[in-house]
Write a new protein. Structure first.
Length: 155
């Protein structure tokens, strides 16, 4: 059973690395589009709202990358590793969904076209919240570990 749970945790970390890569690509697409798209005689990247979307995307990417790095550094297995993997997967899968949505906002109407990068990634991001365990299952895994460790001071 321990071997199976360890394999699940490693699968979740592989998923997190996929999510981090997706976010990096989405940010790249947003930067290219926002610096190249002109509206009212200026680049849309000069808009504060676009800059806020870009900054939020970067913050989500950096936080997910940090969670991944923490999980990779964690040693051993067991409940603590399951919690670390679950929190990383929960955060990253929901972060990639937020990033994809913000990038679609930056692209505007052209981003909703079926062949556009934001539309493809938004569809993929939604599926990623299910891959390697739904967000709801991740929350249960995290809460169970919290409750198990509550009396031991290991939080």
């Amino acid at each position: 059973m321990e071997i199976c749970l360890s394999a699940i945790d490693r699968g979740r970390l592989r998923a997190v690395s996929l999510f981090v890569g997706m976010m990096r690509r989405l940010i790249h697409e947003a930067l290219i589009h926002s610096t190249g798209r002109r509206q009212y005689g200026r680049s849309i990247s000069e808009s504060q709202l676009v800059q806020q979307h870009l900054a939020d995307c970067q913050a989500d990417h950096d936080a997910a990358s940090a969670r991944l790095a923490q999980a990779v550094r964690a040693t051993g297995s067991g409940r603590e590793m399951s919690r670390i993997a679950a929190t990383a997967k929960l955060f990253a899968s929901e972060a990639v969904d937020r990033v994809a949505d913000r990038v679609l906002q930056i692209w505007g109407g052209s981003g909703s076209m079926r062949d556009s990068a934001p539309a493809r990634f938004l569809a993929d991001a939604r599926l990623m919240r299910i891959y390697e365990g739904t967000s709801e299952i991740m929350r249960l895994t995290i809460a169970r570990e919290m409750l198990t460790g509550a009396g031991t001071g290991s939080l």
